[in-house]
Structure formats: structure tokens, C-alpha cells
Design a binder for this molecule. Structure first.
Ligand code: NAD
Length: 535
């Protein structure tokens, strides 16, 4: 019976007669034996009966809790259908209603009340070997803001993607909610709220809890990779700076986003027969995504021989107060690197007029900000305007794919943060693909684990971006796709992981020796959700 209740080993009706006899399962299951393929079809059939995305999310979560192999088979076999249900955009909705739909805990909830006993908490986790932790404090969930402990849906969803997209073994994955309270009044008033009802910890108290978390996690699971997820600006940048040279950690919102966007830019300039160095990027938004992308673009250009100061001048930011320029006195530290000498400009469209960017990149979570005028202006100043509407969830997207193509007469090189259907315009069919971090972080995570890396470096993210862009085919580009098909994500992740291992070895931060057949090396470590025989 314990086997049937262990999601890592359960096969349900998939246990064969021989297994049932050997494992004491006779009588505990209906007599019919189904193949895993049949179970997948049954699951998909049931799922398609459900009408709301949230109901599908709940059903998939329940499957995940019952039978991990079957859950991951469904995700891997139907990525286009399932990934938007277990991750963005549905996960945003799920987090907003997490207290309501909560059934079983997954991962670990570490709260401010546990201060001083985090080591003890980690001993309660049933697995002794953990390869990767995704941790959030729930303060900036997608573009939705402070969702407190309800933000747990994000680390859970993200780790599912580590397994589905890159084959990181499920038992190596640990989602963690660092519950430091919430400043969201609706949650504080909600009787079903699952977190601690107190204002967020700040300052020294926050830092002490976070430090205890890092130390306890490293002590319990030596060498574990820690991915910081959906922290608000005030903590995201400084935590990354504080820990990046001490443990193997990265912030996906900053570095993963940067790599996926840079890969998209590589594809766009390839389609455009241009050079990255010739681009002028204008960002709507000046937060983690925007400055992360800028930093990686600068690193890429510096690698191509452009002086860093010049590389920075390729990147311009617009925040809620207008163009980020040197004379502004209200700028947070992370924006100042990109505050150039320029007269103030109040709004985004005017900034396009005065700067003439080749690319606009939306990462401000301001829905519909790339309106018709913005897109027409871009189309006027560029033969092939690069338009990335990366904000999540869909309601926050700067424009739809249809709008991007329509208002640029089909000339836009477009990528989006949310899934959009193909668009047919003037007899041409465009297949927009998501500039979604899920192309990058799973492969990076797999690479870091496989390399037993002691640090995660910028060079690894640069290599990951290059590896992703290299997987885009001429056929992809011809139909307007700046990323490979999601159905190829495991193959893509293997290439990214191999690239990361190579850098880790070259930088001397790997626990493994130099390998010749890197791709085979990482592939051999990838989880395969097909059932294996227990007898
Ligand atoms: P953030 O909170 O760090 O940054 C948001 C920025 O937007 C801030 O600098 C803020 O000043 C600016 N802003 C707010 N209102 C504005 C306005 N009216 N005009 C101009 N700027 C404004 O958040 P982030 O981590 O940078 O993420 C931003 C968005 O990008 C979110 O929707 C997130 O989901 C999305 N994102 C998507 C991907 C992806 O894979 N596609 C990856 C990362 C982030």
C-alpha cells in the first residue's frame, strides 16, 4: 500500500501482474493492467473534459501527487498543451487562489517562526540527496505582486519544468517557500490564507532568516544549487550579489530571463542579417528582467570586442517615470548603470521617436503598452523591428502576437512571454514562440548539477544563450520563430547543460573532470519517465 502512496514509485494500474505478485499489490488494484501509454491517453482525455485552466491545474497537481512518472510523461508528450497549465500563465491564477485550491503540501514551508531551527526542518525532508532548491519569498510573483505563501505555486511549477524540460530527477528537486509574511491586505484578511499573517520581515531580521536558510540548506544538502525566484527588487539584486560568490546560486528572473532574451536577440539579428553590436535596445521596464538582460547583452558585446562603456550605450531603459537618464535623482542602484547622458523623455513612444531603437523589449508588466502607435512607430523606423513582449501573465503582455504583426505589416521579429497562437496575415503564417525562461533554467540547472558546480557564473548564462540560439533552425526563422519548438526542449536543454558543464570545467568550479563527450554525459543523467520494471 505504501508503494501506491509513494508518487515517485507508484504506477497505479500500470503495475504488471508480476509486479503485483512480487510487491504485495494483489487485491489493492483493479485487475486490468494498463500500459503507461494508455494511462497517458486516459489522463489527457479526462483533462480535456475540464473547461477551466484552473481545474486542469488542480487535476494535474493531483496527478503529480499520485504518480510522478505519469505526470511527467503527460508534460513531456504534450508540452504545448500542459506547460501553460502547470506554469505560466495558469500558475499565476493558481497562486492567486492557492489557499482555496490547496490539497496537499509539496516542498517545504520555512517561515519566520522557524528562525533558529531551520537545520531541524531540513532533517524532516525525506530525501537525503537534493540537487536543486527553488526558493521564493512570494513578494513579486510573475507580474502579480505580493502573494505571500501562495507564491509556493511558482517553485513547485518551476521544479516540474526542471524535470520535464531537462530531465532533472524529481527526487533531486526541492521547492521552498520562505514565508516572511505578506503586505498584501487581501491575504492578511483571508481566513483561508495558508501563510503567516504578519507584515513582511525587513532589514536585519530578513537577512538573518535568509542566511540561516542558505547555511542550513547547504549543510543538509552539500553543494545544492539554489535558484532564487520571484523576489522583489529590494532583495533580489542584493541577495544575488551577496551569495553568488559563496554558493552555487542564481536568480532566474535576472539571469535566466537575460539568457532567454539574448538568445532571442541572436535569432532576430540572424534573421535580419545584422550584428548584435548594431542594435539599440529600448526596454519598457527597468527591473530585474530589464537590467539582467542589459547586463548579459553587455557581456556578450564585450566578448565580441566592444568596449563596455559603448556596449552599455546600446541599452536604454524606460520606467514608470520615463527614460532613465543621468540627471534623474530617483534611480535605484540597479538602474544607474544604464542611466545615460540625455535630456529627460516622459513616455515610451517619445523615447522611440528620439532614440530610434532597433528593438523594444517589454518587461514592465504593463499590459497593452505596445499599442498600435508604438508598433507603427517601430515599423516606420525599422525595416524589421524587433518586438519582444515578455511580460507575464497574458493579461500583462505588452501586445498580442496578432497586434505585433498587424501593426508592423508583418515585419516584426516577435517573441512573447505568454503563449500565442500562430497568426496568418496577408497570406503569410507566423508562428510566434515564447521567450520563456523555461528554455534556459532547466538546462542550466541540469548542467550545474551534472558538473557538481560550486558557482553559477555569467559566462554560463552566456553559453546557455548561445546554445539555445544555435538550436533555432532556418525553418524556424522562416516562419518568424525566434526559438525552437517547445517539443524539442529536452534536446535543447541537453545542449545547454553540456555548454554549462564545459564552462564550469573551464572556470575551475566543477566537481567533475573534463569530459570529451559532454552531450552523452548530460544525457545519461536525464530522468526518463517511462516506467521501469520493479521485478
Ligand atoms: P520588476 O518588478 O523587477 O520590474 C518591473 C519594472 O517595470 C520596474 O522597473 C518598474 O519601474 C517598471 N514599471 C512599472 N510600471 C511601469 C510603467 N507604467 N512604465 C514603465 N515601466 C514601468 O519585474 P521583472 O522581474 O523585471 O519582471 C517584469 C515582467 O517581466 C513581469 O511581468 C514578469 O512576469 C516578466 N518576465 C517574463 C519573463 C519571460 O520568460 N518571458 C522572464 C522574466 C520576467
Amino acid at each position: 500500500m505504501a508503494l501506491l502512496h509513494n508518487p515517485l514509485r507508484n504506477k497505479g494500474t500500470g503495475f504488471t501482474d508480476a509486479e503485483r505478485a512480487a510487491l504485495g499489490l494483489r487485491g489493492l488494484l483493479p485487475p486490468a493492467v494498463l500500459t503507461q501509454d494508455q494511462q497517458v491517453e486516459r489522463t489527457m482525455g479526462n483533462l480535456r473534459q475540464l473547461t477551466s485552466a484552473l481545474d486542469k491545474f488542480v487535476a494535474l497537481n493531483a496527478l503529480h501527487d499520485r504518480n510522478e512518472a505519469l505526470f511527467f510523461r503527460c508534460v513531456i508528450d504534450y508540452p504545448d498543451e500542459i506547460m501553460p497549465l502547470i506554469y505560466t500563465p495558469t500558475v499565476g491564477l493558481a497562486c492567486q487562489q492557492y489557499g482555496q485550491i490547496f490539497q496537499r503540501p509539496r516542498g517545504m514551508f520555512v517561515s519566520a517562526r522557524d528562525r533558529g531551527r531551520l537545520a531541524e526542518l531540513f532533517r524532516n525532508w525525506p530525501e537525503r540527496k537534493v540537487g536543486i532548491i527553488v526558493v521564493t519569498d512570494g513578494e513579486r510573483i510573475l507580474g502579480l505582486g505580493d502573494l505571500g505563501a501562495n507564491g509556493m505555486g511558482i517553485p513547485v511549477g518551476k521544479l516540474s519544468l526542471y524535470t520535464a524540460c531537462a530531465g532533472v530527477r524529481p527526487e533531486l528537486c526541492l521547492p521552498v517557500m520562505l514565508d516572511v509574511g505578506t503586505n498584501n491586505p487581501a491575504l492578511l484578511a483571508d481566513p483561508l490564507y495558508i501563510g503567516i499573517k504578519q507584515p513582511r520581515l525587513r532589514g536585519a531580521e530578513y537577512d538573518a532568516l535568509f542566511d540561516e536558510f542558505i547555511c542550513a540548506a547547504q549543510a543538509a544538502f552539500p553543494g545544492v544549487v539554489v535558484q532564487f525566484e520571484d523576489f522583489a527588487n529590494l532583495n533580489a539584486f542584493r541577495l544575488l550579489e551577496k551569495y553568488r560568490d559563496r554558493v552555487c546560486c542564481f536568480n532566474d528572473d535576472i539571469q535566466g530571463t537575460a539568457a532567454v532574451a539574448l538568445a532571442g536577440l541572436y535569432s532576430a539579428v540572424r534573421a535580419n542579417r545584422a550584428r548584435l553590436a548594431d542594435q539599440r535596445l529600448l526596454f519598457l521596464g527597468a527591473g530585474e528582467a530589464a537590467t539582467g538582460i542589459c547586463d548579459l547583452v553587455v557581456a556578450a558585446l564585450a566578448g565580441e570586442g566592444l568596449p563596455e562603456a559603448e556596449a552599455r550605450r546600446r541599452c536604454w531603459l524606460v520606467d514608470s517615470k520615463g527614460l532613465v537618464v543621468r540627471s534623474r535623482t530617483d534611480l535605484a542602484e540597479h538602474k544607474r548603470r544604464y542611466a545615460h547622458e540625455h535630456a529627460p523623455v516622459q513616455d515610451f513612444r517619445s523615447a522611440i521617436e528620439v532614440l530610434g531603437p532597433t528593438a523594444i523589449i517589454g518587461v514592465a508588466a504593463v499590459g497593452q503598452a505596445f499599442n498600435r502607435q508604438v508598433l507603427e512607430t517601430m515599423a516606420r523606423v525599422n525595416a524589421r523591428p524587433i518586438v519582444f513582449a515578455l511580460s507575464n501573465p497574458t493579461s500583462q503582455a505588452e501586445c498580442t502576437a496578432e497586434e505585433a504583426y498587424r501593426w508592423t505589416e508583418g515585419r516584426a521579429l516577435f517573441a512573447c512571454g505568454s503563449p500565442f497562437e500562430p497568426v496568418t496575415l496577408g497570406g503569410q503564417r507566423f508562428v510566434p514562440r515564447q521567450g520563456n525562461n523555461s528554455y534556459i533554467f532547466p538546462g542550466v540547472g541540469l548542467g550545474l548539477i551534472a558538473a557538481q558546480a560550486r558557482r553559477a557564473s555569467d559566462a554560463m548564462f552566456l553559453a546557455a544563450a548561445r546554445a539555445l540560439a544555435d538550436q533555432v533552425t532556418a525553418k524556424d526563422l522562416a516562419q518568424g520563430s525566434l526559438y525552437p519548438a517547445l517539443s524539442r526542449v529536452r534536446e535543447v536543454s541537453a545542449h545547454i547543460a553540456a555548454a554549462v558543464v564545459k564552462v564550469a570545467v573551464a572556470e575551475g568550479v566543477a566537481g567533475v573532470k573534463r569530459r570529451v563527450r559532454l552531450l552523452e554525459f548530460v544525457r545519461a543523467q536525464m530522468y526518463d519517465p517511462h516506467y521501469r520494471s520493479f521485478v
